[in-house]
Design a protein around this ligand. Structure first.
Ligand code: TZP
Ligand code: MG
Length: 221
């Protein structure tokens, strides 16, 4: 059984963007403001450092039992840390292989940037994937190579198809507090943010504001 997963406000960490602050401190503060899930992402860290970072993040959310911790890319780190899940991209190990490695009790997410990638995800055996991350909504300096922007209409179409196929869908890329409500209104299950929280002077306040904005949105009929 997978752990219960609430992707409403999904923080993806960026060690550099957290500046001098320990990532785990930023996570703790953001969770206090209403972050519901955390993905540990650090493309520059060694496996050893990523494992330490994951454990620090897990310790930071220990008093928020509903908050899942997911590791980006590194299946070995996710297993060693006993993380709640793994998130991989199109160029990582195939999700069928990742599912075989992590077993049935962990969450598995996949980044999707086009209808063709989503169709391939929907064609996977049932139970392989839990979630797709639709990206980028808008172009973003946080990930300059993220590919063409899908825009709100693109996210709406992909989210509807993902959900019809039994997958949760989150959107990522360029989402700020001022744009959170319109993204949520596309019908996604949640939004992912990096810079909106990692660069915030007060991540608790920033997370609270994002949650308020999400509360304002109503998915379109
Ligand atoms: N994947 C697609 S866009 C992106 C990732 C990790 C970065 C999103 O960062 P930000 O700062 O929320 O735009
Ligand atoms: Mg990857």
């Amino acid at each position: 059984m997978r752990p219960p997963f609430d992707p409403t406000l999904y923080l993806v960490t960026d060690t550099e963007l957290c500046g001098p602050r320990p990532v785990a401190d930023v996570v703790r503060a953001a969770v206090a403001g209403g972050v519901t899930a955390v993905q540990v992402r650090d493309k520059n860290a060694s496996r050893r450092d990523l494992l330490a970072l994951t454990r620090a993040v897990q310790a930071a959310v220990v008093d928020a039992p509903g908050v899942c911790v997911v590791v980006n890319d590194a299946v070995d780190v996710a297993l060693l840390a006993d993380a709640d899940g793994v998130h991989v991209g199109q160029d990582d190990l195939s999700v069928v292989e990742v599912r075989a490695l992590v077993g049935p009790d962990r969450l598995l997410g996949l980044s999707v940037s086009s209808r063709a990638e989503l169709d391939a995800a929907l064609a996977l055996p049932t139970g392989t994937l839990d979630l797709v991350g639709l990206s980028p909504v808008w172009s973003t300096p946080t990930k300059p190579d993220a590919g063409p922007a899908l825009g709100l209409a693109g996210i709406r179409d992909l989210a509807a198809a993902a959900r019809a196929g039994g997958l949760a869908a989150v959107a990522i890329g360029g989402i700020s507090a001022g744009r959170a409500a319109e993204v949520a209104a596309t019908g996604v299950d949640g939004i992912c943010v990096v810079s909106a929280l990692c660069t915030a002077a007060d991540p608790t306040d920033a997370a609270r504001t994002l949650r308020q904005e999400l509360g304002r949105s109503r998915p379109a009929e």
